[in-house]
Unconditional design. Structure first.
Lengths: 260, 272
């Protein structure tokens, strides 16, 4: 198993339950999407997997290791934020090189890997540009290049394309799928877009809010590579409708939190 | 990038000479009115000297005024340098530990709100060397904006970017050098602009209080002395030199800021 979440939950000191105890297993090579309305704890769950948040209780294992000892398993993870989260004062190349610089990778070797990562996302011509000279979509590509440069086994993405226009988002979704296939990545992807979830995932984990919890799972056995035509197929519409129904049911059964 | 520049050029508003031309026009108008009023109302030079007389004095008294200018500039730059160095160091300490900041920040504020005129006599008594005592006074005035701005800047880090550094196991030093310092630069330069002006004010005020004669005298002393002698044109000339020094410092800081932030920070990007 690439990711095992064992009854992990998150309750904040003020009593707010961000996430009820959750169990989730993700096999290597899966593309799992966490889908749900805001406040369903999908970002919380993702951040706990990344080690950015401590669970209040329960355990999270990546390749049978706790996240802070992941290198013992010889594995790496990378996290992509909702915003590009680049250093505005540094060139694209320097931004992409950041994780390697922090890890003390020798400069020549790092530069070669940066060039390779930038080629993967199609930005090799913009290595010396500053982030502000790039469009939102291109900045997001830089962010993805920065995550790929460490050659991760697990890619965690927190609504990475949520702020982009739909056309750019479709394009980046398609690029992401080809990277996933090419690099044999395991991806955990957070979104609130049903269409994005259906198009990308091998499995969709539906979550509900107040309190945050997992309500249902859907396997999407459409073969890859998925073409844009898939998005307009009857099958796509059918899966999307099922997810929509599930989402509606989930929001109906959401209990209001007792006021503390 | 080069294509970017050529397309950006026509979009940037008023060409640079406007920034010089308009204020210059105001200056010409004001000076003209002043000269006209002085000659028209036949104001005596010991009340209000005309701009022409002021310029004349500047040239004839250059021997005295030039030396005084040099002295004041020296005090200002020295104290500014001390303030920048000390202020930056203090902010670095503040960001490393909230406890230290909480414990010490009130004293930084205390330093700021205590009028320098009230403290200067003490410092001048305690510190024998006149140059050193003046530098200490002026540096005290100039210190606070550097501390407060730089501390604020070092803390104004994109939280996601900070998480990213933590996730990559960045050391404290790496976070400081690669994240905090660059993020703080815009604030730091804001602090520099305020502080450079304050260093000059501090230098002048301290000298007023010190008021000593001798060979090391600055513009403030010249103003005092010319006042005693009712040499009003020289007072005005010295005043002009102080103002010009302040303007020069401001321009220098603005230029430094543009040099450091021009590429990336929104405060230095041309509007379109």
């Amino acid at each position: 198993m690439a990711v095992e979440v064992l009854s992990a939950h998150k309750t904040y000191p003020n009593g707010t339950v961000a996430l009820q105890p959750v169990d989730l297993s993700i096999r290597e090579g899966e593309f799992v999407t966490l889908l749900g309305p805001s406040g369903c704890g999908k970002s919380t769950l993702l951040k706990m997997v990344a080690g950015l948040l401590e669970p209040s209780d329960g355990r999270l294992l990546l390749w049978r290791k706790p996240v802070d000892r992941l290198e013992e398993a010889g594995r790496k993870l990378a996290f992509v934020f909702q915003a590009p989260t680049l250093m505005p004062w540094a060139s694209v190349a320097t931004n992409v090189r950041l994780p390697l610089d922090l890890a003390g990778v020798p400069r020549a070797q790092a530069d070669a890997r940066v060039a390779e990562a930038l080629t993967l996302v199609g930005l090799e011509k913009f290595a010396q540009a500053l982030p502000r000279a790039l469009s939102g979509g291109m900045q997001m590509r830089v962010s993805i290049a920065r995550s790929l440069v460490v050659q991760p086994d697990l890619l965690l993405m927190d609504e990475p394309f949520g702020a982009l226009d739909e056309i750019t988002r479709h394009k980046l979704d398609a690029e992401l799928l080809s990277l996933w296939a090419q690099r044999k990545l395991t991806v955990v992807f957070v979104t609130h877009s049903i269409h994005e979830a259906v198009f990308l995932s091998t499995r969709v984990v539906m979550m509900a809010a107040r309190p945050g919890r997992i309500v249902e799972e859907f396997h999407i056995d459409e073969p890859y590579p998925r073409k844009p035509e898939f998005m307009v197929s009857a099958r796509f519409a059918e899966i999307a409708r099922q997810l929509q129904d599930s989402l509606l049911r989930a929001s109906h059964t959401s209990q209001e939190e007792p006021s503390a | 990038m080069s294509a970017d520049k050529t397309t950006a050029a026509p979009m940037t508003r008023p060409p640079r000479y406007d920034k010089v031309l308009y204020p210059l026009l105001v200056a010409v108008l004001l000076l003209g009115a002043w000269q006209g009023a002085v000659t028209g109302f036949k104001l005596p030079p010991y009340l209000v000297p005309s701009p022409l007389l002021m310029m004349q004095t500047l040239v004839t008294d250059w021997q005295v005024l030039g030396g005084a200018l040099l002295f004041t500039v020296k005090i200002t730059l020295l104290s500014f340098g001390v303030a920048v160095l000390l202020g930056t160091l203090i902010s670095f300490v503040f960001v490393q530990s909230r406890t230290l900041e909480t414990a010490l920040f009130p004293y930084a504020v205390l330093l700021q709100v205590t009028p320098i005129v009230a403290v200067a006599p003490l410092i001048i008594i305690w510190v024998k060397n006149p140059t050193a005592s003046l530098v200490i006074c002026a540096a005290l005035v100039a210190l606070f904006p550097i501390i407060s701005n730089t501390t604020l800047g070092l803390r104004s880090v994109d939280p996601d970017l900070q998480s990213y550094f933590e996730m990559n196991r960045a050391s404290r030093l790496q976070v400081l050098l690669r994240l905090r310092v660059p993020s703080a630069l815009p604030y730091f330069f804001g602090g520099l602009r305020i502080s450079s002006g304050l260093a000059l004010i501090g230098a002048v005020v301290a000298e007023f209080v010190a008021g000593t004669g001798g060979n090391s005298t600055g513009l403030a002393y010249q103003i005092l002395y010319a006042g005693y002698q009712l040499n009003i044109p020289r007072m005005f000339a010295a005043l002009l030199l102080i103002s010009l020094t302040g303007v020069a410092l401001f321009v220098l800081m603005a230029w430094l800021s543009r040099l450091a932030l021009g590429g990336w920070h929104s405060s230095e990007l041309s509007r379109d």
